[in-house]
Design a protein around this ligand. Sequence first.
Ligand SMILES: [Zn+2]
Length: 347
Amino acid sequence: MEKLIRKLPKTELHLHLDGSLRVKTVLELAEDREIELPTADQKGLAEYLQVSEDCDSLAEYLEKFDLPLKVMQTEKALTRVTYELLEDAAWENVKYLEIRFAPLLLTEELRPAEVVEAVLAGVEKGENKYELQANIILCCMRHQDPSRSIETAQLAVDYSDQGVVGLDLAGDEANFPPEEHEEAFKLAAGAGLHRTVHAGETAGAKNVKKAIDYLNAERIGHGIRSKEDKETLETIKEAGVTLEICPTSNLHTNAVTDLEQHPIREYYEAGIPITVNTDNRTVSNLTLSQEYLMLYREFGFSLAEIQELILSGIKAAFISDKEQEKLITEFKSEFETIAGIDNKILE
Ligand SMILES: [Zn+2]
């Protein structure tokens, strides 16, 4: 089953660049820039970059991004880590991915536009070498002044014809509500950019509703606490919003205390559109295939249901209807070849 899942064509829509660096790369980039490391040993560094079993808060989880952000402050580093992420995704047959990062956290040496261009160069390099497509989502940070979010939105608009497809709001959800960043999201929507918002992860359902009502979110990052409020669940369904679910990450941020408490199966059965994602590959020491395998083992998702979840990722992707249709046709054909599964269930 593990091999089979790895072979299936997949999509990943919720993936942070700074949480998905290869450990060896962090080591080399730190050496290049003479950044002090907690340990020079690769195994020790891997442990340092990963969330520990007893991590009990989002705050502790977010600390895991400090060192990666330090080593990513040059064009060369940004292009390299982006390219490597595409390579890692291609290894497990991810055919379409959306990579997100906060450009304004990467400006120790670079201008924000240079940050975006360096990441786009990594995407181009990866797309030229591997059979996959990647687009970029820029993250506004909740703890920053709303004017910084407007700056991020403008940057996204400036690069919207070069592979930046959406705007996100990330960071400390419990202390910074979504509506503060309304203007940035209006700017993005006005320019035809897509919107996704981290909400209902470590704070309640009302943030999900606010993200849809105020920020015009088409997708919600996590949204696992939506079930706490019936009205929010109805709003999600009515607005046709997709939840970007990252079960292992939710466990690591303590958004759920154990996997049994995770609502993924409940949402799936209630007909709420969901997609499956890793969130942060290095922080959670995770591949997308491992996440699907976990759903198969722990939540009883059948292979046909896994295929349906994968297709749901295409339907929620920030690409045109025509591009979505093309990918769906390609994926269905690959599913048939790989698994010989009856695709009728997917109609
Ligand atoms: Zn996230």
